[in-house]
Design a protein around this ligand. Structure first.
Ligand SMILES: [Zn+2]
Length: 421
């Protein structure tokens, strides 16, 4: 049981602006309305389990965003003068240079969107650093493809990177000297764990091969197939044998089609938990993209919110998304930032993030919870319950492959420990 405060970054403006994101039109309003309708925002005085504290995002200034982003990129995307009344760029070569084209088009609310989404993850990270909460949530964050000077893959602002850079600045009292009134301080360690269907190229590239003692480790569990977005040299498995040129702080687990809770359980136990044990993070930034859940428009994985057992009241299956997030929030002992990400079946994204909010609060809702009657109720047909169950797609991740993954992570984890000594 946890008595910790959970911060939930939200405001009317934030939801309104986020709902205009072209790749996820109106998803934001569905997510936040469902969370409210399920009563997760109501924090009564007598409730000792946890408190959900709504926190308004402070819009990020250009200086805040320049903590990572290039000044030229910011000048371009934050300034509507580069676009005409129809939203087309005045100089299309310039727009292309900054990635404002194709899947990342200009939209009227873009400057406000960048400031609010970037600001929301910074607000959440600061709440953790300042001890206001042990878990902070920004479901509009997790924009893991955004680069320093380019929008990419529906992502215009590198909020994950900005949050990590903020957490990295925290100083942690050394455990060896807790009795002294002024224990010496050490640099914080941040584990970035990405559960989205897509590889976290923006974040992984930002922190690869950082000189000095590594403070940041990125681990992305993602789908890989020929030509599948994004193409990155960092998105493969670690080498099979120890390699001094390999950066053990930039990690990736590519999975094939149909990945189920069983596959995730194996990867979780043999890779994720071992990496966490070896790295000993103070903060975890958990990107909870939900485009790998069954029922997403991508239709690639067969992951689910609570697994097959989630269909009754008995609890949830090991390796399900809910189970993984519960592990991080309530067994790891780290301050945790929960971010959103992909998810193109908007009602399912709302179901998933509402359920994960209840997990963060340590008051998990039953997956059989009926969707309350509200404005968006018809969107939840035909089940009208909270569950996002698996389907019958076969899992193409073979036992031999999973064993190979696990074996490679054996030497990687040893290498992590050696480099941190
Ligand atoms: Zn994705």
């Amino acid at each position: 049981m946890s008595y910790d405060t959970v911060v939930y970054v939200v405001s009317n403006d934030f939801v309104k602006v986020s709902s205009q994101l072209p790749s996820n039109k109106n998803r934001s309003v569905l997510v936040h309305t469902l969370i409210k309708e399920l009563g997760l925002l109501a924090s009564s005085e007598g409730d000792l389990h946890a408190r959900l504290q709504p926190l308004r995002p402070t819009p990020a200034s250009a200086t805040d965003l320049a903590l990572y982003h290039d000044r030229d990129y910011l000048e371009y995307v934050l300034n509507p003068k580069h676009f005409n009344a129809e939203g087309s760029p005045i100089d299309s070569a310039k727009a292309a240079e900054f990635g404002i084209e194709e899947d990342c088009p200009w939209f009227r609310e873009l400057p406000a969107y960048i400031r609010l989404v970037g600001g929301a993850s910074l607000t959440a990270a600061n709440a953790l650093v300042q001890g206001q909460a042990t878990i902070a949530i920004n479901w509009e964050g997790g924009r893991h493809h955004a680069q320093k000077s380019q929008a990419s893959g529906f992502c215009y602002v590198a909020d994950c990177v900005l949050a990590i850079l903020t957490l990295k600045r925290a100083r942690i009292p050394c455990l060896t000297d807790l009795v002294s009134p002024n224990p010496p301080l050490r640099k914080a360690r941040v584990l970035y764990l990405d559960l989205d269907l897509h590889f976290s190229d923006g974040v992984s590239h930002a922190f690869q091969n950082t000189p000095g003692t590594p403070q940041i480790l990125t681990l992305s569990i993602h789908h890989a197939a020929l030509g599948f977005f994004p193409i990155s040299e960092l998105s493969s498995l670690p080498p099979s044998d120890p390699d001094p040129n390999f950066d053990p702080f930039t990690l990736s687990v590519p999975l094939s089609r149909g990945a189920t809770c069983q596959t995730f359980f194996s990867v979780w136990t043999n890779c994720v938990e071992r990496v966490k044990e070896s790295f000993q993070p103070d903060f975890v930034v958990l990107q909870c993209g939900v485009d790998g859940l069954a029922g997403d428009t991508y239709g690639i994985w067969n992951w689910s919110l609570g697994g097959r057992e989630g269909r009754d009241e008995e609890g949830i299956e090991e390796g399900s998304l809910g189970w993984c997030v519960n592990r991080v929030c309530h067994s790891w002992g780290c301050k945790t930032l929960l971010l959103g990400g992909g998810g193109y079946n908007s009602p399912n994204a709302a179901r998933a993030w509402a359920y994960l909010t209840s997990i963060a609060l340590n008051k998990p809702l039953s997956l059989q919870t009926p969707i309350p009657d509200h404005t968006f109720f018809p969107y939840y047909a035909p089940s009208f319950t909270l569950d996002v169950p698996p389907n019958n797609m076969p899992d193409e991740n073979t036992l031999a492959y999973i064993e190979d993954v696990n074996r490679r992570f054996g030497w990687v984890c040893e290498e992590i420990r050696t480099r941190l000594k």
